[in-house]
Design a binder for this molecule. Sequence first.
Ligand SMILES: NC(=O)c1ccc[n+]([C@@H]2O[C@H](COP(=O)([O-])OP(=O)(O)OC[C@H]3O[C@@H](n4cnc5c(N)ncnc54)[C@H](OP(=O)(O)O)[C@@H]3O)[C@@H](O)[C@H]2O)c1
Length: 345
Amino acid sequence: MENQTGKTVLITGASSGIGRELARLFAKDGYKLVVVGRNAEMLEQLAATHRNQYGTETTIIQKDLADTKAPEEIYAETHGKGIHVDVLVNDAGFGEYGQFATETDLQKELDVVQVNAVALMHLTKLYVKDMVSRNSGKILMLGSEVSVVPNPMMAVYGATKAFIKSFSEAIRNELQGTNVTVTVLMPGATNTNFFNAAGASHVKGADPAKTANPADVAKEGYDALMQGKDHVVAGWMNKVRVAAAHVLPDPLIAANTRSDMMPKNEADTKQKEQLTQLAIGVGVVAGVIAGLYFTYRQASPYDKMKYRYKAHKAGTSAKKALASTGNSIKDAYNKAKSVAEEQMT
Ligand SMILES: NC(=O)c1ccc[n+]([C@@H]2O[C@H](COP(=O)([O-])OP(=O)(O)OC[C@H]3O[C@@H](n4cnc5c(N)ncnc54)[C@H](OP(=O)(O)O)[C@@H]3O)[C@@H](O)[C@H]2O)c1
């Protein structure tokens, strides 16, 4: 074992993918594990591997988080065994692929909400109270790039991830003044069983050549958690997409995500047109922001404060200009440029 923290981490979704990789990182650093999932065989295998490799002590709790009683039962079991959970990792989650209006299964979508959002909130409620009373603790939430990007063809899944980001940032703020931190890990498409479980392994975004390695994603989340950061977007390309999502109109961002969620080789003309607008839109916004940044760097501290306010306004105006012009990118560009120039004088 590399070191011995004597601390305990509880990880939901440790049987597979990103959760499995997170479990490995904690085991390597000497944490005791409490692992939760439905697949007891996979959890037994994980426990045996880490016992052999790092001498890790692992408690297995087999639970279906779609069962509304599961969080209370998990808490009762750890409490009954005298286990103090120092770190909570809410990783378990899944999606349901298809058109919400006509294709997806309502019961599966209700389970998506229960597992991804309700159980996550319920477990957090139970364990964060103990953390606050000990004035020590860390919580990692599995959000997603789609926490801030609309997710057509997995609409309910995307909405649960938006819930996670909003909920986490809010309680993080409430926990200021304690030594309890909340961190959201926001991966993009990652090479796990996720797309298969969602019935979406045939879509463009699931192409293994384009998806991230779960070990790399877990490492970014682990480091951010240990540093007490509020969130981390895994992967540089996803960082760009998330930054663009803060400035560009939602319909364009939704069209971009939709394209990734379509079967390979399938994208209709309207989608392509919207994607072209998105690409040019990213260029317009990047240009406006670069101009503002250049001026900002030359400014006095007082002017910097003024420019921060103006940059925000210019970004909002550029977004409106792009949204209102629809097909006329040239017009959008001119509007965004003149708005930015006006803000800077
Ligand atoms: N892969 C991606 O592209 C991607 C991108 C962004 C965010 N994420 C998020 O990352 C997290 C992990 O997903 P992954 O990519 O690692 O997928 P994965 O390999 O399918 O792992 C999902 C994990 O969630 C657990 N889980 C699912 N339903 C459960 C239930 N009803 N009760 C208990 N546990 C349940 C599974 O455990 P059992 O099967 O043992 O129950 C499994 O360990 C999820 O929250 C997902 O939304 C994934």
